[in-house]
Design a protein around this ligand. Structure first.
Ligand code: GLC
Length: 424
């Protein structure tokens, strides 16, 4: 392990001690132990954040990686659903919650999803010294979650799951949804996005948030490329874990499901003219043609055909689109909605570079023959963290860190450094 990786490991350890949340929650009678995204703005347990934290924790303390996933799955519902936020210690933060637009299932659980990073998280734990008993206990839970997605979110059976609200993709205010949400790409007022969110969430409330009725309303149904890339990675990871567990039929089932998700991504979401992947909107599956980082994300799939990989990499290397001083901007720099700094009060995913998307892209670059470019992105990402600390996101031009401070998934830089070491 290189010196820079060793040193980052210690820095991350300290960050993860600062952001650790431990206690007892009387509302469910359970103890919790997890890392919150940021003490200042996000003190609760977020679904895909925790998926990333668990992966980083396999580099520092596998027992805590297990605790992270145990807490994440502790309030799984009987139908398999897992909330995108668990408000373990809600009572301490009532004031803060007034500014969150979130749909609730219960006062302590939100009623929406986030990308299914958890499939890969469990595999990382299993491969990096996780306790066999822990894995055996949690594999069925993660599987039930994926079964819920398959059953509830893929009514047209093409292997692509739909998000029903913009915040379900984790990319809350991404400009790729602007047109669908009837928001101007130049909009900077938080209220405009809250209103757009309400135009989706209110009709859902009126039908009791019943899935069949929510799909039928057709107000926001998006087969999102980033969400489905992560879903495909997770299904494949579960297939391997089930095979290890001796469940050949289960393994086969997940391999087939992962293959269908990939096929639909590669065929239905691909736009040959643009050389990019696009989300499919509405029950009519119309392409949302904004050029954004999620258009590039299928690079993280080992099975991506070489021709498509080449085209995505050309976009990444284009200085007009993604080859910024501090890559990778989450929106192509030549898109009208691109904004590199703090947008409004803090509208997210409208341009800045984020570490989670950088992680998927650097993995993809290594898979598809460009370790050199992966190394460049890792080096530039490290420079950001060293200079600005663990911020939520960074200005691709100046490198300035913005958004939440001490942001936990930015520690994915540690995983990226370890992967760079391994590829030497
Ligand atoms: C913001 C992001 C979301 C993330 C959450 C906590 O809402 O859009 O992706 O999970 O913050 O970090």
């Amino acid at each position: 392990m290189s010196e820079r990786t060793e040193s980052m490991r210690e820095t991350v350890r300290a960050l993860y001690d600062r952001n650790r949340q431990q206690g007892h929650a009387p509302w469910c009678g359970l103890d919790y132990d997890f890392i919150c995204p940021s003490n200042g703005t996000y003190p609760f347990q977020w679904f895909w954040d925790s998926g990333f934290h668990a992966i980083v924790l396999t580099q520092t303390d596998v027992a805590r990686a297990q605790a992270e996933l145990r807490s994440l799955l502790a309030n799984q519902q009987p139908d398999g659903f897992v909330a995108h936020v668990t408000f373990w210690q809600r009572e301490r933060y009532e004031e803060m919650l007034k500014t969150y637009s979130i749909a609730y299932r219960t006062p302590h659980l939100s009623d929406c999803i986030q990308p299914a990073v958890i499939g890969e998280s469990l595999e990382y734990v299993a491969r990096r010294g996780g306790d066999a008993k822990f894995v055996a206990e949690h594999l069925p839970k993660v599987r039930r979650y994926f079964d819920w997605l398959d059953r509830m979110r893929d009514p047209d059976r093409d292997g692509l799951v739909a998000v029903l609200q913009p915040d379900e993709s984790g990319l809350d205010q991404a400009p790729k949804y602007d047109e669908y949400l009837k928001v101007s790409p130049l909009e900077k007022r938080h209220e405009a996005f809250t209103e757009a969110w309400e135009r989706v969430a209110n009709p859902y409330q009126a039908v009791g948030r019943d899935h069949e009725k929510m799909f039928a309303l057709d107000v926001f149904v998006v087969e999102d490329v980033l969400v489905n890339t992560i879903y495909a990675l997770g299904q494949a990871a579960l297939g391997r874990l089930l095979a290890d567990a001796g469940d050949a039929a289960g393994a086969r089932d997940f391999e087939v499901r992962a293959a269908l998700t990939r096929k639909s991504l590669f065929e239905k979401c691909w736009d040959e003219k643009a050389g990019l992947f696009f989300d499919l909107a509405g029950n009519g599956e119309r392409k949302l043609t904004t050029n954004s980082v999620s258009s590039l994300l299928p690079l993280a799939l080992p099975e991506l055909p070489q021709e498509q990989a080449k085209k995505l990499i050309a976009h990444l290397e284009n200085p007009a689109e993604y080859a910024a001083a501090y890559p990778v901007p989450t929106v192509a720099m030549n898109e009208p909605g691109y904004d590199p700094g703090v947008v409004g009060r803090s509208l997210v995913y409208r341009g800045p570079s984020w570490m989670n998307t950088n992680w998927y892209l650097t993995r993809g670059l290594r898979l598809h023959g460009r370790p050199d470019l992966a190394d460049t992105v890792v080096d530039r990402s490290l420079a950001l963290v060293e200079r600005e600390g663990f911020r939520e996101y960074y200005n691709p031009g100046t490198g300035q860190g913005n958004g939440a401070k001490d942001f936990s998934w930015t520690a994915l830089i540690l995983e990226m450094l370890a992967e760079a070491d391994a590829s030497r």
